[in-house]
Design a binder for this molecule. Structure first.
Ligand SMILES: Cc1cc2nc3c(=O)[nH]c(=O)nc-3n(C[C@H](O)[C@H](O)[C@H](O)COP(=O)(O)O)c2cc1C
Length: 208
């Protein structure tokens, strides 16, 4: 027996991104966004949706560049503070005592204390309704060496990113490893991961 909730915003899980932008005067802003995620492999792209009322919206339109600082569980209070005030009236870096750094790749700031940073140039904007969806092409990803696994990739269990539950507006943490994608079924071709990640060999039979 299932209960319907009607036409509501619901998808599990939602990420928590801290979007870094500069305004027209070069003042840095940092804002949490949960309506977003990876949206293309080639070119590598991420999307995020913003209301026109936000300072971040104006900054994105003006500067056409942004960073995503991935916050860890230990930074949840700062994340929430950044989402409860606007860069129009508050210097969020001063307010949260987070340190701003300037991206060397795009004209946007990022948070020095965050362990993973995604640097993007804006390539599309789609007005959807209350929110406009911005698509950024990823020009670089950088991660603190302390969160790398022995095989050189980023360890999600060391980053400990936040997860957002959109219906209850609650923050959660990442749980245990459940399994490795494209390796759970013995009939799965090992090269199928290419179709999502863009790495390894292509698999022409993959439907996605
Ligand atoms: C966890 C969290 C997620 C949020 N996600 C979004 C979002 O996806 N889109 C949006 O427009 N606002 C979102 N907000 C609200 C903005 O962060 C908030 O309006 C902020 O004050 C905007 O700051 P700015 O005016 O400096 O850009 C979120 C807030 C929180 C706390």
């Amino acid at each position: 027996m299932k209960q319907s909730f009607g036409a509501v915003t619901f998808a599990y899980p939602a990420p928590v991104f801290l979007i870094g932008t500069y305004d027209n005067d070069g003042k840095a802003d940092i804002t949490p966004v949960c309506w977003g995620g990876i949206c293309c492999t080639k070119p590598p792209c991420v999307s995020l949706s913003l209301r026109t009322a936000t300072q971040t919206f104006a900054n994105l339109v003006a500067r056409k560049a942004f960073t995503i600082s991935i916050p860890s569980e230990s930074q949840v209070k700062q994340v929430d503070a950044c989402g409860s005030t606007s860069g129009r009236t508050t210097d969020k870096f001063a307010h949260t005592q987070l340190t701003q750094a300037r991206s060397q790749v795009v004209y946007a700031p990022y948070i020095k204390e965050c362990l993973v940073i995604v640097e993007c140039k804006l390539i599309h904007a789609f007005e959807l309704g209350l929110h406009t969806q911005f698509v950024g092409e990823v020009l670089n990803v950088k991660a603190d060496k302390r969160v790398l696994r022995e095989d050189g990739v980023v360890d999600i269990l060391k980053v400990r990113p936040l997860i957002f539950a959109p219906d209850t507006c609650e923050y959660y943490g990442v749980g245990r490893l459940i399994g490795k994608a494209f390796a759970m079924d013995r009939n799965t071709r090992r090269d199928a991961a290419h179709n999502i990640t863009g790495r390894g060999e292509p698999n022409p039979t993959f439907p996605g």
